[in-house]
Write a protein that binds this ligand. Structure first.
Ligand code: MIG
Length: 838
């Protein structure tokens, strides 16, 4: 008999203990046992009792959910738009030896008989996307579900886009992995906390080598992970640390269509007030009142257009939200109305954290009504944010949202503020490493009762929702303007967003470019960055280049962290540590000397010139989910060369932007996709499908207009509604293809556009090079009549000498433009229908 070795025995019992500490199960489906069709859903069950529910929403949108016995799956989702109206598309099912096939008009979904692996093909049988492994789930006795995971093949040549505002070195998602967990990522940097960032958009688009595009949206709010072949083994995985594997497969085949379909599924915002698209000036912090007045006066004196000024946390009384510091702002109502008189809208910050303070009414109300987040044992979740002790409303409770929304009443109706920005709603908590709540905090979640693990990523979204609804209710018929920092898929319905606390360096200028395009194709077009950088101070050159990029971002806001702000010390010590602080930290368009003031003014003026075009693109986004910003490769996804055009992007349907993002650069290489393009600055015609070296002196940003475009230009004003424009200019860029352009106009405020008080003009351009003629027609819809009485048309790139122009049968005089001898100009009536140039 062998003697028992005491060491081995000891080891054995340790192992036993460890094993007993928790027991983990790994589950994946085996062969299909049976399936059933009920309405739009096919319930497919494996022999080991894993159910795959395949729901056909439209011929191009198919939802997949994996349910195990004992799960409590619900149809509830914060992300899906309440007005998403699936069309109950027809589909058929068929079984073969190898597959169960579900076929719609556009897609075939094949589920393998052997292990329930799923693949999608288009109706011609071309493979789009395929599981590399069966669905996989990990759970344990002590922790519950810890992973639900899908592994797809990532064939060579497939590229990935979207996923919100992730940043990369080379602009490409492929080869990298990311996670979604809303995080206060102050001064996010390359290797440090570069990921996760402030928001979670678990949706991406893939474009295969053959140009076919599809999207995947994983509707799961737990911490999630996306891996685009980072291990170089040709797989792409997505997983969540809890809940149900619930994802939507969204077909294109065009990538812009994928975004449009995703955006229809998760919703679009309403049109913002036109002033929301003007230039905005922000700083942490403008106070006291006198400083705000001086700021406003300086804009007008220097004739630099500006529509909105922001008040950061220091306007509050001791960081109590919905209060005012009376020393700094003795009469907010008067200040705000004076600013308004001068064309400035005032936007104030509101944070989620509520100061623990027995004398503070909002704290008392929330306490009395049990509105604050609690720990599992029923104690309040208290943590330091701006006030040292803060409690947090549980916005996942409908009654809390209602209460919160109504708190805005006084700000809007009494004080006269025009907009709000919601900050710190990741939710951010100071001092602790997690930077947020512990996982075990409880949330109502519309009655479901969940832990913070599930509610974390939608906390900011539900705050934005509550704010948006309240603002809309109390805004006296005006359109809400709300900015949020944290958010989740679908949150685009409620608020615009800024990308958070970036740094004033060239690297972050490139991030700004990448993040806004990526957000836009993730269904979130109303985005912008802190122009100039939030942390540290930009050089004059960097500031100007950033401003130039900013004119193409729907949210056009300059913001910086002033080191005179109270509380900046906390951030500095807690998070910034190493940052060098200069004393002169102003960041207004005139901060950088006369030469740059002049340049910056003309950059901002250019934005105001382009407002019609931006507003029209915004309208298309609202109506059809069309992203305002897109990667260049979305313009023609079969053009393999365009995939590497990471430093250019499309702004709307007709403009390609080639920003300068390198220090000292006075020109850049620019790949123009197929077709012909005009340099906006020189009217020079450039051939697509080629890389061009273009000039970019510090005063200019290169951008290019697609041939055949009718580009509307607005009069420059000091603020958007300074006066009714007297004139509409239309730049008509000659092309040889029949092309369509749009112009959307309305009051720029209020909701009458929903009752037909708008005008949508469809321009059609056609030319006949042999006959040397061109035709421009305008088709109009809606009852709105713009106030201008003249339309000035500039014909650009005409390859022939025109003999005459006829507008609706009457001849019109045409002249060479004084500014550019190659341009012909003439004036017509705003209601013109057909123009013929011969
Ligand atoms: O931790 O309100 O991103 O825009 O100026 C800093 C002060 C808190 C972070 C926001 C920033 C804002 C700042 N806030």
């Amino acid at each position: 008999m062998a003697k028992t070795n005491p060491e081995a025995k000891q080891k054995q019992s340790e192992e036993d203990e460890q094993r007993k500490a928790d027991v983990t199960y790994r589950r994946k489906p085996n062969a299909i046992a049976d399936y059933q069709v009920q309405e739009q859903t096919v319930f497919v069950r494996s022999e080991n009792d894993i159910e795959l529910r395949v729901t056909v929403h439209t011929p191009e949108i198919i939802q997949l959910r994996y349910v195990l016995e004992g799960d409590r799956p619900t149809d509830f989702s914060y992300a899906i738009a309440p007005d998403f109206n699936p069309d109950n598309a027809e589909f058929s099912t068929r079984e073969t030896d190898q597959y169960l096939e579900i076929t719609t008009d556009s897609l075939i979904c094949k589920i393998s008989q052997k292990d329930m692996k799923v693949s999608f093909l288009d109706s011609s049988g071309t493979e789009l996307c395929k599981d590399a492994k069966p669905f996989h789930r990990k759970d344990s006795i002590m922790k519950g579900i810890t992973e639900v995971k899908i592994t797809k093949e990532a064939p060579e040549g497939t590229h990935y886009f979207g996923l919100g505002d992730k940043i990369t070195d080379d602009g490409m998602l492929r080869g990298k992995s990311f996670q979604n967990w809303n995080t206060d990522a102050y001064a996010y940097e390359l290797d440090e906390h570069r990921d996760p960032l402030y928001r979670s958009i678990p949706f991406f688009t893939a474009i295969n080598k053959d140009g076919n595009a599809y999207g995947i949206f994983m509707d799961n709010t737990f911490r999630s992970h996306f891996d685009f072949d980072s291990d170089d083994n040709n797989t792409c995985t997505f997983s969540a640390e809890g809940g149900c594997m619930n994802y939507y497969f969204i077909y294109g085949p065009d990538p812009t269509t994928v975004t449009e379909r995703y955006t229809t599924l998760t919703g679009t915002p309403e049109l913002p007030p036109l002033w929301g698209l003007g230039y905005h000036q922000c700083r942490w912090s403008y106070y006291p009142e006198e400083r705000v007045r001086t700021l406003a006066k300086t804009f007008r004196e220097k004739e630099i257009p500006c529509d909105a000024l922001y008040l950061d946390i220091d306007y509050m009384d001791d960081y109590r939200v919905f209060t005012w510091n009376n020393d700094r702002f003795p009469d907010p109502k008067k200040l705000i109305s004076d600013l308004k008189e001068d064309g400035f809208e005032t936007i104030v910050m509101i944070d989620p954290g509520i100061k623990v303070d027995g004398d503070y009414e909002i704290y008392q109300q929330g306490l009395k009504n049990d509105y604050f987040c609690k720990r599992p044992d029923g104690e309040l979740m208290i943590g330091p944010v701006w006030p040292p002790k803060t409690v947090f409303p549980d916005y996942t409770h409908p009654e809390v949202r209602q209460w919160w929304g109504d708190l805005y009443k006084d700000l809007l109706t009494e004080k006269g503020v025009s907009g709000v920005w919601n900050d710190m709603n990741e939710p951010a908590v100071f001092e602790v490493k997690a930077k947020t709540f512990p996982d075990n905090i409880r949330h109502h979640y519309e009655g479901e009762g969940v832990s913070h693990k599930k509610a974390h990523n939608i906390y900011g979204m539900q705050m934005a929702r509550a704010s948006y609804k309240g603002i809309k209710k109390h805004n006296q018929g005006k359109r809400p303007f709300l900015l949020t920092r944290a958010n989740f898929s679908g949150g685009q319905r409620y608020a615009a967003l800024w990308t958070g606390d970036n740094i004033a360096n060239w690297e972050h200028l490139r991030h700004a470019l990448e993040q806004c395009v990526r957000l836009s194709i993730s269904g979130y077009s109303f985005v912008g960055t802190d122009i100039g950088g939030f942390v540290e101070q930009p050089s004059a050159e960097l500031f100007t280049r950033w401003l130039q990029l900013g004119i193409f971002h729907p949210l056009f806001r300059n913001h910086t962290m002033g080191y005179d702000a109270e509380g900046a010390d906390v951030v500095k010590e807690d998070q910034a540590k190493q940052k060098k602080i200069q004393s002169d930290d102003n960041q207004e368009p005139w901060t950088f000397g006369q030469k740059y003031t002049h340049i910056n003014r003309s950059v901002i003026e250019l934005r105001y010139r382009l407002l019609h075009y931006l507003y029209t693109a915004f309208h298309k986004y609202v109506e059809h989910g069309t992203p305002i910003l897109r990667p260049t490769t979305f313009h023609n996804q079969v053009d393999a060369k365009s995939v590497n055009s990471q430093n250019t992007f499309m702004f709307g349907d007709h403009i390609l932007v080639a920003p300068v993002i390198k220090k000292g650069a006075r020109g850049r290489k620019t790949y123009l996709p197929s077709g012909h393009w005009y340099d906006y600055r020189t009217n020079e015609l450039l051939e697509g499908g080629k890389t061009h070296q273009v000039d970019a002196p510090i005063s200019e940003i290169p951008f290019f207009i697609k041939a055949g475009t009718v580009l509307p230009l607005r009069e420059v004003m000091q603020y958007t509604q300074e006066r009714d424009p007297e004139l509409l200019e239309l730049n008509v860029y000659y092309g040889t293809q029949v092309s369509e352009s749009h112009l959307y106009e309305d009051q720029g405020e209020g909701f009458t556009h929903n009752e037909g008080d708008y005008r949508l003009t469809k321009f059609q351009f056609e030319s006949n090079p042999q006959e040397k003629t061109l035709r421009l027609s305008a088709d109009r819809e809606g009852a709105f009549t713009p106030k201008y009485d003249t339309v000035k048309i500039n014909l650009i790139g005409l390859p022939f000498e025109p003999e005459g122009v006829e507008a609706d049968g009457r001849s019109v005089s045409i002249q060479k433009s004084s500014a550019d001898q190659s341009v012909y100009a003439f004036e017509v009536d705003p209601d013109f229908k057909t123009i013929r140039v011969y």
